[in-house]
Design a binder for this molecule. Structure first.
Ligand code: PLP
Length: 839
């Protein structure tokens, strides 16, 4: 048998990197003018606001490029261990203002624009969000990129360049309408196409087996179809450093422009069709948060980007390391760490084995040792509907060789388990990578756990629950493999950029060190007792609420009272997040106001978030919110005391206005369901008080800010389990609580849907007969907590004092802290300053 041509490692000669000489950049004002002419071909008079956005972006980009090139050079030259963050989602948002801020040229840019008679704020509005993610998981990946660059961690992100990102939501007749997100329509100044960085990705075909010279069985993947992955690079500038890391996003291109067979048959259209089918792989982001559909195209997306990334990672490694003997490969885990953001990229474990064993012909067990030292896996959810599995049939058709590899991994794993826990057949069934009970499926989470050296949950509670429930068996089999890294958010985007007023106030008090070292923010603690500081803090909040109110009026036509309590719940719409519980409170308040109760604190309840297009109940909840808003807002008996708004198309750029304008942060998921949450952190960092359950990172927020500075309510995780185990009867709560009964009856009887009285009966029936997320069990406790919130808001000084103490105690929730944890405990990498660029 012949050796496949591609199987021998091709050691590259080590070439000395040549420094690229970059011309000195002039003042930004000049750059703006030049780019208007040379990049946009516009005179200042003819330039549209979008042209000014383009000119500003090009001008800032020029400053990124120099550091970007030098960062890459310094990694190449010094060869530090690198981290590769693999994620199917990066919810980046806008780039211009963030890049200008991180590079420290924000003020210069603003002044340059001003001098030319243009407003930077206007220009910024012309940037379409890069919405390559669903929600928290994708935004976490974006925050982590910011922190890794800021902390000089040699790192790169890998993902997919979706042509269409998260759908754009509009509300028509109260209902969600999904519109395609054609975010690349006007081009993307922040990406660089790399036609030279392409890889062949194989699908389908079959496996042939034959003995090699030593008589061992060799497997070879043949007759596969090919797709090309082409790289697009996006710069990730760190804050207050010269490090600019890389985010590499893959786009699918047809391997051949046209299939000549069809062409010769005269079937031109068929040829074009096939080309389109191939390129569909990177066409659109799947808009499902916390649930999976098992669609073939989704698995194709996962393998497509993972294979391209791993080929790229190995290519980079081999370009500077000569593999003369097998032993030379031992340094691979000392040079690369791969983090799997959820199970979406977990086929990477099999792909790395494929590359090492089939392509580079390393012995199986030697390769496996390397793989486990390289990979680490972050789990994001305990919810069964979110755990990815693929039928063996689908997986085997798409990736026949990888299915064989997974069988082999599983065989050896089960053998090991059986050795340590002899005779426990049920244990073997439970932990097997192949689920034999549901029509044979590949369990991607099990592949990720077995193939990683470390598995982390994303908040203390979540990680404990992982150990005691979902991964309890694995915790016995691999003691110490399971750990926790609590999520974080980047203070650059979520404080500095989103809330310049608060940032300036803090900076005036304690200096600017907190931006890069959030532990310093603790220094504002004594200022909570300083009346002048409180006044200034309250003024900033008011200005942010005015900014938000103006935006809401423009979008929805609803005029808000900025002195009312802004009570905000913004996140994906999901039953477990319990937007519906919030609605029950809104209607309770409405009834109290109509009954003429005195002393009710005026409130504005703001909702925002997208529902997965196929998630009927979530969409129905959006409709209910809008129907309730219509009735409440038009009721003259209510007036200014209560307003309800649904903010359409919640996305990162909207979040940047919503968080700073919030007084109250709604974090009310059923205990044990929200892995961490990061919206809770953004809220508190912007001076909103939290009303929440003891769920996810709320638990740790409470620990940091103190019990007296947060509104906790509801059942705890063990209590939820108890209630469910002892035959939960939601109807008992309905029968024994007259306020609750009135609210549910109104919804069921069509009070908010006069044109179709039965519209929401299904929601109420579901609550009375099932109530999986225990809304009725938590209702009374929630209302009581909301009453405390309302009372406190009337004591503005006390409220502001508490808000300041929340901000002061947010250090733990910086993504810099999280990345430091990953770097030390999981990746074993150290910062590598881009010394070359230092001036
Ligand atoms: C932070 C963020 C999320 C996550 O919010 P949670 O409240 O943690 O679910 C989702 N979407 C966007 C746009 C965000 O900025």
């Amino acid at each position: 048998m012949k050796t496949p041509a591609e199987t021998k490692a091709k050691p590259k000669k080590t070439v000395k990197a040549k420094s690229i000489a970059i011309p000195k950049l002039g003042p930004i004002q000049q750059a703006l003018k030049n780019h208007l002419i040379f990049s946009s071909f516009k005179t200042s008079e003819a330039a549209t606001p979008r042209d000014w956005y383009d000119a500003a972006s090009y001008s800032v980009r020029d400053h990124v490029v120099e550091r970007w090139v030098q960062t890459a050079e310094s990694y190449y030259r010094d060869d530090p261990k690198r981290v590769y963050y693999l994620s199917l989602e990066f919810l980046i948002g806008r780039m211009l203002s963030n890049a200008a801020l991180n590079l420290g040229i924000n003020e210069e840019l603003r002044e340059g624009m001003d001098a030319l008679g243009r407003s930077l704020e206007n220009a910024i509005e012309f940037e379409t969000d890069a919405a390559l993610g669903n929600g928290g998981l994708g935004r976490l990946a974006a925050c982590f990129l910011d922190s890794m660059a800021t902390m000089d961690i040699p790192a790169a992100g890998y993902g997919i360049r979706y042509e269409y990102g998260m759908f754009r939501q509009s509300i028509e007749n109260g209902q969600q309408i999904e519109n395609p997100d054609n975010w690349l329509r006007y081009g993307n100044i922040w990406e660089f196409q790399r036609p030279e960085a392409t890889y062949n990705i194989k699908f389908h075909g079959h496996v042939v087996k034959y003995p090699n010279d030593q008589g061992e069985e060799i497997q070879h993947w043949v007759d596969a179809e090919h797709v090309i992955a082409m790289a697009y690079d996006v710069p990730v500038p760190g804050y207050g450093t010269d490090t600019v890391n890389n985010l590499r996003l893959w786009s699918a291109k047809a391997a051949r422009e046209f299939d000549l067979r069809h062409f010769n048959d005269g079937n031109y259209e068929k040829a074009v069709e096939e080309r389109n089918a191939t390129e569909n792989i990177s066409k659109v982001l799947y808009p499902n948060d916390t649930s999976v559909l098992g669609k073939e195209l989704r698995l194709k997306q996962q393998y497509f980007f993972v294979s391209a990334s791993i080929q790229d990672i190995l290519r980079r490694f081999l370009s500077t390391h000569e593999m003369k003997t097998q032993d030379d490969w031992k340094i691979l885990p000392e040079k690369i760490a791969i983090q799997l953001n959820d199970t979406h990229p977990s086929v990477g474990v099999a792909e790395m084995m494929y590359q090492l064993v089939d392509v580079y012909q390393l012995p199986w067990s030697f390769a496996w040792e390397l793989v486990v030292k390289i990979f680490a896996y972050t789990n994001h959810t305990l919810m069964p509907e979110a755990l990815e599995t693929w039928t063996v049939d689908l997986f085997g058709r798409l990736l026949p060789r990888h299915l064989e590899i997974i069988y082999q991994i599983n065989h050896e794993f089960l053998h090991m388990v059986n050795h340590h826990f002899p005779g426990d057949a049920e244990l073997l069934q439970r932990v097997s990578i192949i689920d034999e009970n549901n029509g044979r499926r590949v369990r991607m989470a099990h592949l990720a756990v077995v193939g990683s050296h470390t598995v982390n949950g994303v908040a203390a509670l979540h990680s404990e629950l992982l150990k005691s429930t979902l991964f309890a068996d694995f915790d016995r089999i691999f003691p110490g493999k399971l750990t926790n890294v609590t999520n974080g958010i980047t203070p650059r985007r979520w404080l500095n950029q989103a809330n310049p007023g608060l940032t300036a106030l803090i900076e005036k008090a304690i200096g600017s060190g907190f931006k890069k070292d959030l532990t310093q923010i603790k220094k504002i603690t004594p200022l909570a007792d300083d009346a002048d500081f409180r006044k200034a803090f309250a003024q900033v909040k008011l200005a942010n609420k005015q900014r938000l109110a103006a935006k809401i009026e423009a979008k929805t036509g609803v005029k808000l009272n900025v002195n009312s309590l802004f009570d905000v719940q913004i996140k994906r719409i999901h039953e477990y997040k319990r937007q519906l519980l919030n609605v029950l409170h809104v209607i309770t308040l409405y009834n109290r106001i109509r009954r003429g109760e005195k002393g009710i604190t005026p409130r504005t309840v703001i909702f925002g978030g997208k529902a997965a297009p196929g998630y009927w109940m979530a969409k129905h909840i959006i409709r209910l919110i809008n129907d309730v808003a219509t009735i409440v807002n038009e009721d003259i008996a209510v007036g200014d005391s209560l307003k309800v708004v649904f903010y359409p198309n919640y996305e990162v750029s909207a979040a940047e206005i919503l968080f700073p304008g919030s007084d109250l942060s709604e974090q009310i998921s059923t205990a044990g369901t929200e892995a961490s949450g990061t919206g809770n952190m953004k809220m508190a960092l912007n001076g909103a008080l939290t009303i929440g359950t003891l769920d996810g990172a709320n638990v740790e927020i409470k620990e940091e800010v103190g019990d007296e500075n947060i509104f906790i309510f509801g059942l705890t995780t063990p209590q939820v389990a108890e209630v469910k185990a002892s035959g939960y009867q939601p109807r008992d709560y309905y029968n024994s609580n007259p306020e609750l009964k009135q609210v549910l009856d109104m919804i069921a009887d069509g009070y908010f849907s006069i044109d179709e009285p039965g519209r929401y009966k299904v929601i109420v029936d579901n609550l009375l007969n099932n109530d999986q997320y225990l809304l009725l069990a938590d209702y009374a406790s929630y209302i009581e907590a909301q009453d405390r919130v309302g009372k406190l808001y009337q004591k503005q000084e006390d409220w502001t004092r508490m808000a300041i103490l929340n901000v002061a105690n947010m250090a733990k929730f910086s993504s810099d802290r999280a990345i430091n944890d990953y770097a030390k405990e999981i990746w074993h990498v150290t910062p590598h300053a881009n010394a070359k660029a230092k001036k």
